[in-house]
Design a protein around this ligand. Structure first.
Ligand code: CP
Ligand code: NVA
Length: 314
């Protein structure tokens, strides 16, 4: 079976569920789709398809890139806020999944608990795409990998250092990098390192791909000789009340010129955005010549179009 047929109809809940070959196929397709888009060529393999987009958290990039993407592919996206859905008033996830499966061709969901997305996928008969949970953000990492490959010309053999909170981005980057043959290192204060269970699962994967995963509290050790430096906000959506405390705790993990002096000279700076300048990264770095954050955000469109073409096409 080819990669396309193999992935058709699948859910996209975490990168653990996709092989290196499948991810490579998605990245290749994303590249072709981007080239077509840039050339102004129409490409509409999803004519008549409808994607439901459930949002329980805010979004700029995910919402707009999915909505524009499905439209460009010939389909349409429905923005469904949990403030308006009966789901937000306590209708069971299982009922919602079954009912929406009768109307739609795919569901993208952004919410808090990963287990809610898994429950939705279990009861839906159509593909479910994780548009961010507290634990994972796989769509972002697809675009990130596409961006690194565009700029560096390869993925395998590079080192990606993620400095900051052990959150959804840390987890998905760890898995994505490992699957693609990259070494991964991360640094955060002890109580904010990525979840043990996820690190262990990723470590087992690293054995298979012959890569390394380093988890440390020392930002200099983590960033040493890295090709790609990544960070994210110190307080994610839902953690707003911890903002002030986290600013104190994470102060020495800021990505600034001093810390970057330990990275490779031709390092790339990446951030999923939205960013807090002056907190996790200085303005001169995120707005500087090594930063690819705008290209990275644009690639959300192309990478997710590839994902939708593969999962939702007939
Ligand atoms: N990076 C990202 O997912 O951005 P949004 O929260 O704007 O969707
Ligand atoms: N870690 C951030 C990512 C936003 C795209 C959050 O969950 O708020």
């Amino acid at each position: 079976m080819d990669q396309h047929t193999q992935m058709k109809g699948k859910d996209f809940l975490t990168l653990f569920d996709y092989t290196t070959e499948e991810l490579t196929y998605l990245l290749e397709l994303a590249k072709e789709i981007k080239a077509k888009h840039k050339a102004g060529q129409s490409y509409q393999p999803l004519k008549g398809k409808v994607l439901g987009m459930i949002f329980e958290k805010s979004s700029t990039r995910t919402r707009v890139s999915f909505e524009a993407g499905i439209y460009q592919l010939g389909g349409i996206g429905l923005f469904l806020s949990t403030n308006d859905l009966q789901l937000g008033r306590g209708e069971p996830i299982s009922d919602t999944a079954k009912i929406l499966s009768g109307y739609l061709d795919g569901i993208m969901i952004r919410t808090y608990a990963q287990k809610d997305v898994e429950e939705l996928a279990e009861h839906a008969s159509i593909p479910v795409i994780n548009g961010l949970t507290d634990d994972f953000h796989p769509c972002q990492v697809l675009a990130d990998l596409q961006t690194i490959e565009e700029v560096k010309g390869k993925l395998a053999g590079l080192k990606l250092a993620y400095i900051g909170d052990g959150n959804n981005m840390a987890h998905s980057l760890m898995v994505g990098a490992t699957k693609m043959g990259m070494d991964f290192s991360t640094a955060a204060p002890q109580d904010y390192l990525p979840q043990d269970a996820i690190v262990q699962k990723a470590q087992a994967l690293a054995q298979e791909t012959g890569t390394t995963i380093t988890v440390t509290t020392d930002p200099i050790a983590a960033i040493k000789d890295a090709d790609v430096i990544y960070t994210d906000v110190w307080a994610s959506m839902g953690q707003e009340s911890e903002q002030a405390a986290r600013e104190q705790l994470f102060a020495s993990y800021q990505i600034n010129e001093e810390l970057l002096s330990h990275a490779k000279e031709d390092y790339l700076f990446m951030h999923c955005l939205p960013a807090h300048r002056g907190e996790e990264v200085t303005a001169d770095v995120i707005d500087g010549e090594h930063s690819v954050v705008v290209q990275e955000a644009e690639n959300r469109l192309h990478a997710q179009k590839a994902l939708m073409v593969v999962l939702l096409s007939d």
